[in-house]
Design a protein around this ligand. Structure first.
Ligand SMILES: [Zn+2]
Length: 422
């Protein structure tokens, strides 16, 4: 049985790798082929010059080539963690450590989960460092200093401990104490926790990393307040964020629910756009709020959590699953880690479905912006502006974008906006 489990996992793992790697190659070739036609893509003619187009292609190709190696490296790390005997070693190590210093039973589980997470974090450092200080810096995007980078990592680690330890403690305790229906209790606890995080993240966590300020007085602010009034969005929930501290990429987003909901505009975005374009972006974000997109996504996540925990409850005492990866005794903490590592090649195929839904939301928000402002042109210009400034890929392979993109391509969005406006 153990052999069958390992073989099945390896087959799914290899398939996931082939799909991921293949899509990236397909995209690289497609971008190069369009580039060789020496013609600026539709919707961008007259908006982008040849030099800017060249630069966006170079950036896309550089990222794609890096992705090749990052993909292979990441897979090797996962295989190493699963098959090198590391898991049984950490299991023993955490048991020793916990029995020596900590009285609670869940301590071993918490140490085990954290050591595995720490190993993945350290293993991702080389690719992360290169992406930030090599690739992004080469194209003029990176603004992070080594000092800020290290401070960010340290903060993230402390935060993971502050939130992760009590969270894991409760989950492990529920698994242990509530009998065979533990997964329903865990489901209730984790969904409640998720809901709290949606509120706590924008108001308490994100401000640890960035400064959020109300918009400065002026024409832009006045027009935003008028728009917010018209739409019924609480005007105190609109912020500017110092994104330029780390990167010159620009963006805007809508987050949170209830009183914690807010629209965040990067300072980089406000510098790059005209007032009309900025207002269109804001109307788009208000569209996400009006259409209840965050609520919908939360419901879907909750349903997936329910099924995920149910499946985990079937596997948690299944001995061969543990021995297949060198673990002598089934344990709740090892079940959590194994489930996390092994479910990737299965849930991978849910990614494009979630992206499909997310793209549907983006179309809805665009439509809302175009209709509310009675102006599709500014939204169109904002999109083109964002695409050029961020050196986004103008010509992704259709399969690649369908699989990986949470937003429709700029061309797809512009085509749709022209339809709404007509
Ligand atoms: Zn959006």
């Amino acid at each position: 049985m153990e052999q069958l489990i390992v073989r099945l996992f390896l087959a799914l793992f290899a398939l996931e790798f082939l799909v991921e790697f293949g899509l990236n190659e397909l995209n690289l070739r497609y971008v190069r082929a369009r580039w060789n036609e020496r013609k600026i893509p539709d919707f961008f003619q007259g908006k982008i010059d040849a030099r800017e187009y060249d630069k966006s292609v170079e950036y896309t190709l550089a990222k794609g080539k890096f992705q090749r190696w990052a993909e292979i490296y990441g897979r090797l790390v996962t295989l190493w963690v699963l098959f090198s005997g590391l898991l049984p070693f950490l299991d023993g190590f955490s048991k020793d450590l916990a029995s020596r210093f900590l009285p609670v039973m869940q301590a071993q589980g918490i140490i085990f989960c954290f050591s595995v997470a720490l190993i993945f974090t350290f293993a991702s450092l080389p690719t992360d460092l290169y992406a930030t200080f090599g690739l992004e810096a080469r194209f003029g995007f990176n603004k992070t200093t080594i000092k800020l980078y290290l401070a960010d990592k340290l903060k993230a680690l402390l935060l993971a401990i502050a939130i992760g330890v009590p969270f894991l403690f409760v989950v492990l305790w529920l698994m242990d104490a509530t009998g065979s229906h533990w997964w329903i209790w865990a489901f209730l606890f984790i969904s409640g926790f998720q809901l709290i995080m949606v509120i706590v993240y924008p108001t308490l966590v994100a401000p640890l990393f960035n400064k959020f300020e109300p918009l400065k007085e002026g024409e832009f602010r006045d027009r935003i307040l008028a728009l917010a009034d018209q739409v019924g969005f609480r005007t105190s929930g609109i912020y500017s964020m110092d994104g330029s501290k780390r990167s010159s990429h620009s963006n805007a987003y809508f987050t949170g629910i209830g009183k914690a909901k807010r629209i965040v505009l990067f300072d980089t975005l406000m510098q790059q756009m005209t007032t009309d374009q900025g207002l269109a972006v804001l109307a788009h974000e208000m569209g996400h709020y009006k259409m209840k997109h965050i609520h919908r996504m939360l419901v879907i996540q909750t349903v997936m959590l329910f099924f995920g925990l149910y499946i985990l409850s079937l596997l948690v005492n299944y001995r061969p699953l543990f021995s297949a990866f060198g673990l002598e005794n089934p344990s709740n903490h090892a079940a959590l880690v194994l489930f996390g590592l092994l479910s990737g090649p299965v849930t991978f195929y849910l990614g494009p479905l979630m992206n499909l839904l997310s793209r549907k939301h983006e179309y809805e928000a665009d439509r809302f912006a175009a209709v509310t402002l009675r102006d599709g042109k500014s939204m169109e210009e904002a999109l083109i502006n964002l695409t050029i400034k961020n050196l986004s890929n103008l010509t992704p392979h259709p399969w690649y974008s369908a699989y990986h993109y949470s937003h429709p391509t700029p061309a797809e969005r512009i085509r749709a906006i022209r339809q709404y406006s007509a």
